[in-house]
Design a protein around this ligand. Sequence first.
Ligand SMILES: *Cc1c(COP(=O)(O)O)cnc(C)c1O
Length: 403
Amino acid sequence: MKRRDVIKGLGLLPVGGLAGGLDAFAGTGSPMAAPKRDLFKELGVRTFINATGTLTYMTGSLMHDYVLDAINYGADQFCMLDELQDKVGERIAKMVHSESAVVTSGAFSAMTLGLAGILTGMDQKKVEALPHIAGTGMKSEVICQKAHDIVYNHAFINTGCKIVAIETVEELERAINEKTALMHFLNISQGGKISQEEWVALGKKHGIPTSIDIAADVPPVSNLWKFNDMGFDMVQISGGKAIRGPQSAGLLMGRKSIIQAARLHMPPRGFNIGRGMKVNKEEILGMYVALEQYIARDHDKEWKQWEKSIALIEAAAKSVKDVETKIWVPQGGNITPNLSISWEKSGKTPEGKELQERLRNGSPSIEVGGGKKGINVTAWMLKPGEDKIVARRIKEELQSLLA
Ligand SMILES: *Cc1c(COP(=O)(O)O)cnc(C)c1O
């Protein structure tokens, strides 16, 4: 048996236990692995099947074996942090068609660091001045469309800048002034009047850098390069959503001058606003391999698997009298088949939240989305075989709820 097969056969063993177990298996004479600790159990922390999505409060996504391998590999040796960021950044930039790239501690920190780089350039005095912009001569305003002004724009406020929200091209052009540092776009939003292409063109026309938040917007995989190709000066994405890299990682992609300056605000340097946004070699290597393997995977096959799982769960839910279902795909971001399940026809009153609660409290615990009228399910964060469990549990609880 090949090692790879052994690993597959062992399933999802924790990493420490896996390495020890393999050594023992290979007959190296090393001691058997210590009994693995069930840490969540020891701590009394609930674990669950994730049938809802890549949500930070649910710890995002699960890393594939190859990402864990990269993390473990990196954990065993020293290297220079800047050298690793340089080399990994070059490789990532090629993969995503950008001039440059750097691994950050998430899309949010990529927004802060990118803007910080734009504000200060390579001027160390300015780097040290942030977030106190007044009196430094640095620009201090970020323009975005009203519908794009969401919680995560606080990343920009961290630099000391303020957000100026506009709705039309006329308002945008009136808002642009000598203090405008950046024009930012939120890709997931369907609410703005101005398109991505227009945004880039307007930025070029007025000499203002443009930025786009695509944090949760793969699949499609092509979004990794689409906005770099389109001409955005910087692009931010999360590492720990569908890419399934470390949850504490993300990418800042874009112009070399911006990334270079952004690096002044990052560890190993400390006289800056970004020292607390540290990623070490493990996250950097994990992010690199996660991205490489994400790009290389068979996306059609993966999509078909999600559809298959959703169809299985739908059939189980629909087999209960008066239950209605709808399969739909969100636009903009979090693009994966979704299944809405409702029971208005039954005349029964329980809210979706009640079914959500029952699934949460059942065994195994399952997380789904829940609202007033029903629940919502996705399959992209399910492990193989979990679709059947989710289908069975939803059917059981629907039968009991609507009896
Ligand atoms: C998740 C998300 C963020 C934050 O990303 P992190 O990688 O968690 O820092 C920012 N913007 C949008 C639209 C998101 O969905």
